[in-house]
Write a protein that binds this ligand. Structure first.
Ligand code: HEC
Ligand code: HEC
Ligand code: HEC
Ligand code: HEC
Ligand code: HEC
Ligand code: HEC
Ligand code: HEC
Ligand code: HEC
Length: 420
């Protein structure tokens, strides 16, 4: 062979190798990476296909405690009680999962969750009893009296319509939706589908998916509070992964939403029912003490005691309860203005058909609630500039609107709001 043909052959061979390398490098990373033997086995063969299709899903699972404990994909995706499976590449799986798919292994937690207001009551806040079975209503009433029974759908369901409900209210309130399999709600709102971690559930941003905005400004209040500030400053020093029963103040020396409302820090009882530590119905227009006021308040104060002294805790509660008292009396005055207009026939018609309905609603639903929540959770600006100040302003507005209405000939008020 001549030197020339050897040279050409070498150049071509080298060129082919380089081209092959470049082409391979241009392929997406996930496609070049085959799942490892171990992962395929751990996932029960599902990862074989899905790591290429939805890398993210498989990777989230791979990092979870479930994967460590040999819980595989099918353990969750197999049909649970009262669920209908479908054929899927040699497996029988379900694609719509509910709390029922977690319940099979976490029954005790499911039982605490269904007693909570995150379950049937959350659903009933929007849709009333509609969709709930009589036994589900009866069960919820044992733990959350008046939360579901006899409740009608919220007026906004008809006023705002289906699309607003589906992409709005439902996204938060379906945490307690009734499922076709007879279970209630979903666990993934706080744990996600494939991460299933306590670390995620302990982050304030997880609760803030729903607990935000002027009507329930818990995340905004937390961010203002010393607790929120310290959390951001020291997050990297906290150990958020510790198993609940082992969690101490050495792991979490700054509280998040979960610490106060759910965790069992330093050996306290962990709970999936946040009501166990709440002594007031703060979300109500006029807040009443809960039936188990003393017991639940002691339970929350016990959490504070893990990090604080009794005088500090008692001061916070005493001041906050004063805010509840004054907010109650302001909302009461506003309510009396509206009911007297209704009684005298000056204000008639359906709810939310006259501007005055909105001023009154915002007064208690935004400003009143915010001031009460701010007082208990360390949000001074929310007690004042997002709470008491707008309440004062709306009270003046309400009085002047009421005066205007009384000057109008009878029936006018109703007519101006007609057409809804
Ligand atoms: C032979 C390949 C293969 C195997 C093995 C496999 N899947 Fe799939 N899976 C697919 C394909 C393809 C789709 C359709 C994806 C799409 O529609 O984009 C899919 C879709 C799904 C969906 C979504 C279906 C929907 O309608 O929403 C789920 C959930 C799922 N698979 C779970 C599993 C589980 C759990 C296992 C193991 C028990 C598994 N898969 C095994 C290929 C596979
Ligand atoms: C802890 C329980 C659990 C495990 C384990 C689990 N899944 Fe899922 N998976 C869920 C839930 C819950 C959903 C949401 C279903 C729904 O929308 O109702 C879901 C949804 C999915 C979807 C549709 C996701 C999308 O975003 O379109 C796929 C695909 C899927 N799982 C595949 C897998 C595979 C593959 C594995 C194993 C590597 C796995 N799952 C392990 C609970 C689990
Ligand atoms: C087949 C049984 C099984 C199913 C189904 C199951 N789990 Fe688990 N889960 C376990 C086991 C086992 C552990 C580890 C518990 C331990 O080590 O104490 C665990 C742990 C957890 C943890 C704690 C993780 C951590 O960071 O410490 C969470 C949260 C969790 N599961 C949520 C869920 C959710 C949500 C579902 C349903 C979508 C679900 N599980 C379905 C068996 C299961
Ligand atoms: C961003 C999430 C989110 C959306 C969207 C949302 N809510 Fe809520 N809702 C909550 C949270 C969180 C609470 C708890 C407030 C508290 O306890 O401070 C709540 C409380 C309530 C309450 C008072 C609790 C009760 O049981 O009486 C009612 C009523 C209510 N919501 C109805 C609705 C309706 C109707 C819609 C849609 C028009 C809606 N919500 C949209 C998150 C949401
Ligand atoms: C998917 C939305 C959603 C997420 C996520 C969520 N919540 Fe809620 N939460 C609600 C709704 C809706 C209500 C109102 C229930 C009712 O009274 O109708 C509520 C009510 C509450 C209440 C008041 C319960 C009572 O008895 O009045 C507390 C406390 C609470 N949530 C704490 C938390 C904490 C802590 C987290 C995070 C670990 C969290 N929530 C995550 C939707 C959510
Ligand atoms: C409102 C948010 C929220 C919802 C909804 C929720 N969890 Fe949790 N879960 C948490 C928090 C927060 C923790 C960690 C408590 C702590 O800090 O010790 C936790 C802890 C857990 C653990 C670990 C418990 C242990 O002792 O190891 C499991 C398992 C679990 N949840 C399963 C579930 C299941 C199953 C459901 C549905 C029935 C569910 N969770 C619904 C917030 C939630
Ligand atoms: C330092 C402890 C602490 C932290 C942190 C904390 N809360 Fe609270 N929270 C309280 C106290 C105390 C109350 C009032 C208790 C009562 O009624 O006795 C309260 C009340 C509430 C309520 C009102 C329930 C009702 O009656 O309407 C909700 C909802 C709530 N918190 C959610 C959250 C969320 C979400 C976060 C995080 C963004 C959070 N909390 C952070 C201590 C805390
Ligand atoms: C896990 C520990 C922990 C828990 C639980 C906890 N706190 Fe705190 N709290 C802290 C830390 C840390 C600070 C900042 C301390 C400092 O400035 O030295 C703080 C600060 C405060 C402050 C501000 C003090 C000031 O003047 O700056 C108040 C008020 C407060 N907490 C009230 C409460 C109440 C009420 C509870 C229970 C509902 C509670 N805390 C639960 C850790 C905690």
């Amino acid at each position: 062979m001549s030197f020339r043909s050897v040279f050409i052959a070498v150049v071509i061979a080298f060129g082919l190798i380089v081209a092959g390398f470049l082409i391979n490098r241009a392929r997406p990373r996930v496609e070049t990476e085959q799942p490892t033997e171990a992962l395929v086995r751990a996932s029960g063969k599902c990862a074989e296909c899905h790591v290429r299709q939805q890398y993210s899903v498989v990777h989230e699972y791979e990092m979870s405690v479930h994967a460590q404990k040999s819980i595989n994909c099918l353990d969750c995706h197999q049909p649970a009680q009262n669920q209908k499976g479908q054929e899927h590449h040699g497996f029988v799986i379900v694609t719509k999962l509910t709390a029922g798919n977690c319940r099979s292994c976490h029954e005790g937690i499911y039982q605490e969750f269904v007693r909570s207001r995150h379950a049937a009551v959350s659903w009933a806040a929007v849709y009333g009893e509609q969709g709930l079975k009589p036994e589900q209503v009866a069960f919820s009433e044992q733990y959350q009296p008046g939360g579901v029974k006899g409740r009608a759908p919220h007026p906004f369901v008809t006023l705002e319509g289906v699309s607003a409900m589906t992409s709005g209210c439902d996204q938060c309130h379906s945490i307690g939706r009734p499922n076709d399999d007879g279970t209630i709600g979903t666990c993934t709102a706080c744990h996600s589908r494939h991460t299933a971690s306590v670390e995620l559930a302990r982050l304030p941003t997880t609760c803030a998916q729903c607990h935000m905005g002027p009507d329930h400004s818990q995340i905004e209040i937390y961010e203002e509070s010393k607790h929120g500030v310290m959390f951001h400053a020291q997050e990297s020093l906290l150990n958020l992964k510790v198993a609940p029963k082992q969690l101490t103040t050495k792991d979490m020396f700054v509280p998040t939403c979960a610490t106060c409302h759910m965790s069992g820090i330093n050996g306290l009882k962990v709970t999936h029912d946040p009501s166990e530590r709440l002594s007031w119905f703060l979300a109500a227009p006029i807040s009443q003490k809960r039936p188990n006021y003393a017991q639940t308040q002691t339970a929350m104060k016990q959490v504070c005691t893990q990090c604080h002294t009794t005088p500090l805790i008692d001061r916070v509660y005493a001041q906050a309860e004063k805010v509840v008292e004054t907010t109650n009396s302001r909302v009461q005055q506003a309510q009396e203005i509206v009911t007297s207009l209704q009684k005298s026939g000056t204000l008639t018609g359906k709810p939310f058909t006259h501007p005055i309905d909105f001023v009154y609603f915002d007064l208690w639903h935004y400003d009143g609630r915010t001031s009460k929540h701010g007082a208990f959770m360390g949000g001074a600006d929310f007690v004042q500039w997002h709470g008491n100040y707008p309440m004062l302003q709306k009270m003046v507005q309400l009085r002047s609107m009421a005066e205007e209405l009384r000057k109008q000939p009878r029936g006018r008020a109703a007519q101006s709001g007609a057409g809804q």
